[in-house]
Design a protein around this ligand. Structure first.
Ligand code: PHE
Length: 447
């Protein structure tokens, strides 16, 4: 449940929908699903293996299984730095969800036109103080939960709130089916047109698969270290993959009928969810309740993901420097807050205002792209090479067999090993070379 809590979050509900529109729809979604099951799922299992075997956080886990090789420790460090960077901007988005809870309670849609309702996001986005305030409150909340230890309270709440979120999403999708824009949404989301996806979008689909599954960043190693011997690694992994994909699909099926019905902008960027759903809620009876409930559930899923990110950082410094949990949590929450300030101020441009002119994207989007599109696949590449080639395969076999149905694992083990050894590293490498324009898949395909 904790791993599912880490995976399901703003990645599926906020990032996936707008990245889909930037990459042309159906073809991107198909690739995303393929990547989740063929590349990311086997790597997810690898991370659980490393975590449960070593009982350690990423840096020490790499070190323990590589006979203390300094080189592999670097892979662990890359994970930790990436988690730190992601948490810094993730907290800004999560802060928006908290802000929308308060806005819902204040009945922000009352008496406003659709355009005014979506326009509120732009006002929020440009407000420096509000962004910092909510980012700060969200991190405070995350730090508070971490102090209590990871598995207890949150797992209990996950069991109640995750199904609630699921029911809610399904309800909204069913409602979306009655909207006139539904068929247009379906043809956008499910028509497979190879040319709708730029070759560079392939890396984005891969990055998306890593991001939504929380893989390639050491979190699953950390969670693996909390796994008990009677827990089943392959089953847990498959379940998380299916749940994540289903939630991502529900997210786009919920949002795009609204976009097409009410003539909203498809190429909206990071504001998409916040601009479209309130327009829909405003049309429903009981919009105060529905909107408050939705943003509360969204904030909760963001919290369970943020907790996993902070937990990795805390576990790492506790392991490395023998800090107490209290000290580690306080310092890392503070550091993440400081690191997040430029992201929180990106919309207003009051700090590092020239960033966008120089780099083509504001600070927030630069971090989002750097971590979600590049660093996570690189982290995934490293762990697949590590588990595929460095760690004795008998260790993996034993970990996969522990707590699971022996027959199934024995039959599937060669397939898993093949994916981790060959398919995942080669595919990730090719996709990155393509994005870096060192090779061009397009010309191969047209031959
Ligand atoms: N998987 C989380 C989500 O979809 C985001 C995340 C990424 C969490 C990386 C942890 C690590 O929201």
């Amino acid at each position: 449940m904790a791993a599912a809590g880490s995976a399901i979050g703003l990645g599926s509900l906020w990032r996936f929908p707008y990245i889909v529109s930037q990459n042309g729809g159906g073809m991107f979604i198909l690739l995303y699903i393929l990547f989740v099951f063929v590349l990311v799922l086997p790597i997810f299992m690898s991370e659980l293996i490393v975590g449960r075997k070593t009982q350690k956080s990423p840096i020490l886990a790499y070190s323990a299984l590589s006979h203390r090789s300094q080189n592999w420790r670097v892979a662990g460090w890359l994970n930790v730095i990436n988690a730190f960077l992601i948490l810094s901007f993730y907290a800004v988005v999560a802060g928006w969800t908290l802000n929308y809870i308060l806005m819902s309670l204040c009945q922000f849609t009352a008496g406003k036109t659709d355009a005014q309702i979506s326009g509120l996001f732009d006002i929020l986005h440009r407000a420096p103080g509000l962004n910092i305030l909510w980012q700060f409150l969200f991190l405070l909340l995350t730090g508070g939960v971490i102090l209590g230890g990871v598995r207890k309270g949150i797992e209990y709440w996950s069991k109640v709130l995750m199904p609630a979120l699921f029911v809610f999403l399904v309800g909204l999708v069913i409602y979306g089916m009655t909207l006139p824009g539904f068929s247009q949404a379906c043809s956008f989301l499910f028509s497979i047109d190879v040319h709708s996806l730029r070759p560079s979008g392939i890396l984005e689909a891969l990055g998306m698969a890593f991001f939504t599954m929380s893989v390639g960043i050491g979190i699953i190693i950390t969670y693996g270290s909390y796994m008990k011997p009677d827990e089943n690694i392959s089953q847990t992994s498959a379940l998380v993959a299916v749940m994540t994909v289903v939630v991502s699909l529900l997210a786009v099926l919920m949002i795009y009928p609204v976009v097409f019905t009410f003539g909203l902008e498809t190429a909206e960027g990071p504001g998409l969810v916040f601009k479209t759903l309130p327009v829909l809620f405003n049309k429903l009876p009981g919009s105060l309740f529905i909107s408050t409930l939705f943003f509360t559930l969204l904030a909760f899923t963001a919290l369970t993901s943020a907790i996993s990110l902070l937990e990795e950082l805390v576990a790492t410094v506790m392991d490395l420097f023998s800090w107490t949990r209290k000290k580690a949590t306080a310092i890392l929450t503070g550091a993440t807050f400081l690191m997040g300030i430029p992201s929180a101020l990106a919309g207003s441009g009051v700090f590092l205002g020239d960033w966008e002119k120089v780099y083509g994207k504001n600070f927030f989007s630069t971090l989002d792209m750097l971590t979600g599109t590049w660093l996570m696949p690189i982290g995934g590449l490293l762990i697949s090479l590590f588990v595929g080639w460095w760690v004795d395969k008998e260790i993996s076999r034993k970990e996969l067999l522990t707590g699971s149905k022996k027959k199934v694992i024995r039959a599937l083990f060669p397939l898993w090993l093949f994916l981790v050894r060959f398919i995942a590293p080669i595919a990730i490498l090719l996709i990155m070379l393509q994005k870096a324009e060192i090779i061009n898949i397009d010309t191969w395909l047209s031959k």
